[in-house]
Design a protein around this ligand. Structure first.
Ligand code: GLN
Length: 198
């Protein structure tokens, strides 16, 4: 299995380290032809407008859309925004996932936080996943083919909502599993890739 990590901007290295830990062969993707022969792709966190614009400049937009119609793709944070069909801003989106996104839903960088989440489908799902939110968005609405995997409860001034969702072979998390030592989300994505390859 070969997993690509989109490496135009953002936290791609941390995903690669996580994949290395799991013994999964992985490569950085910056050119359309690097998508060939991949079994799955991770789009990292960072700044979604920048990622989108760079993908336009690198002629990656259509190749990424074509890839995501056939293969497993996981977007974390800015990656989840880029996967969505609506972010209510003027920015290039892949539009692969039937999700609407509320960018910077929790406020500014200083309003970043961590929280213990219960996530459907993860191994040992009764054990919370420590989720790191960095200027994160919320998934404000989902289409009928999208399944919610995790929600966050409102807390003081902080809004609640959907923070992890899956639509067939597409996965979106608005937090950063690659910044923890918990490999369960990466393992989950690997299982998604295996299912897609069956
Ligand atoms: N705030 C960023 C955006 O809207 C996402 C932040 C992140 O990826 N950690 O694109």
């Amino acid at each position: 299995m070969q997993v690509g990590v989109l490496a135009v901007q953002g936290a791609f290295l941390e995903h690669r380290i996580m994949l290395e830990t799991l013994g999964i062969s992985n490569v950085e993707v910056r050119l359309p032809k690097q998508l060939e022969d991949l079994d799955g792709l991770i789009i990292p966190g960072g700044e979604s407008t920048t990622i989108g614009k760079l993908c336009v400049d690198y002629n990656l937009l259509e190749p990424l859309r074509a890839f995501g119609r056939k293969k497993a793709v996981w977007g974390t944070c800015a990656g989840a925004i880029f996967l969505s069909k609506q972010a209510h801003r003027d920015q290039p989106l892949l539009g692969l996932m039937d999700t609407e996104i509320d960018r910077n839903a929790f406020g500014r960088q200083v309003d970043s936080f961590e929280v213990d989440l219960l996530v459907d489908d993860l191994e040992n799902q009764d054990q919370p996943f420590r989720a790191v939110f960095i200027r994160a968005p919320l998934i404000s609405s989902t289409g009928s083919t999208v399944r919610t995997l995790a929600r966050i409860d409102p807390y003081q001034n902080r809004p609640g909502g959907i923070v992890a969702a899956r639509q067939d072979k597409l996965l979106a998390t608005v937090f950063h599993p690659e910044l923890t030592n918990d490999t369960r989300f990466h393992q989950y994505f690997i299982r998604m890739i295996e299912e897609t390859n069956l």
